[in-house]
Design a binder for this molecule. Sequence first.
Ligand code: PMP
Length: 397
Amino acid sequence: MRNDFPGLVTSNDKPWHYLDTAASAQKPQAVIDAMSRALGRDYATVHRGVYSRSAQMTLGYEAARRRMAVFLGAKSETEIVFTKGATEGINLVAHSWGGANLREGDRIVLSQLEHHSNIVPWQLLAERVGAEIDVCPLTEDGRIDCDWLQANLTAKHKIVALAHVSNVLGSVLDAQRAAKAAHGVGAKLLLDGCQAAPRMDLDMAALDCDFYVFSGHKTYGPTGIGVLWAREELLDAMPPYQGGGSMIDRVSFAGTTYAPPPQRFEAGTPMIAEAIALHAAIDYVEALGMERLFAHEAALAAQLRGELASLNSVRLFGPEQSAGIVSFALEGVHPHDLGTILDEENVAIRAGHHCAQPLMEHLGVPATARASFGLYSDESDIEALLRGIERTRRIFA
Ligand code: PMP
């Protein structure tokens, strides 16, 4: 697959060992071509034009929406809202659905491992309406503790918002158990699918969640686009998040009425080329087979964990079985120093808090080093990483 990804070639023609796919995936040529065509010979705006190029673009944009519906196993494409990314999707739900449905004294459940983008929008909502946030703890090996959910949710809890796959630990949520616990008390379940969409077969009916978000750029597509899926009846009842063109039914100074979903939530000129290129990205990954992808990355993660466990003075975080993401710390070496030395070896890892400071606090570290795999990763990436770690240990010895 590597040859499909121009981003994996370095200027000095040495292989680049890209181990930061969890932050953002490299793009296959098919996505770059789709983007280039959409911005080039096919370009026109959507939804407004009476000329044929605009009508063609509208067909392309709406075909992308249908493709997302198939990808997620949605009931209808009207359940698909294009957003700027997962962050905007969560903000949209917290602001629109949350603002309409949460009152003073209501409670929100998040977990200890959430990304800041699945924490801060809920804090803003809680402040606005006077709600409280409860934090679901993790099991010893770093999975969201569904037993805790089962035992602690009450009728006061209105929404449970959890990462489907952790961006730091690679742990996979038992989404069906979380849904059962949430629905058992009448709460809704939002899943942050940023790290699941690039590597898991998704079916909204089987997951039984109420809201699902993901980002295009982590799913081998472009930046600036993401998807929010929500149950039709929830979207129907939600007020607009932003006002502007394209989201209205009729505007007058006496009062404005709004378009039905999904247009109600897509104010302004949408991300046209980005949606079309995301369509190409989903075609590309699904053609490879999501189950194969998951197994490939999980096997690489297991191999790396095994190798790191055999070294002295390495601390490993997260469960044995990880969805292609391995967080670790080298005793006596700050992750940033490790990242800088690895960069000299053409190995790109992530070092930092990974936008999950409450998780870092729980782990008792300011930062971790994180290697994350993609569909193009292979054993040569692990070998290069281990060589770099050995060199770092010699430097710090
Ligand atoms: N949630 C998770 C689990 C993530 O990994 C990320 C990106 N690191 C986000 C949310 C935010 O995604 P974006 O910045 O693309 O909106």
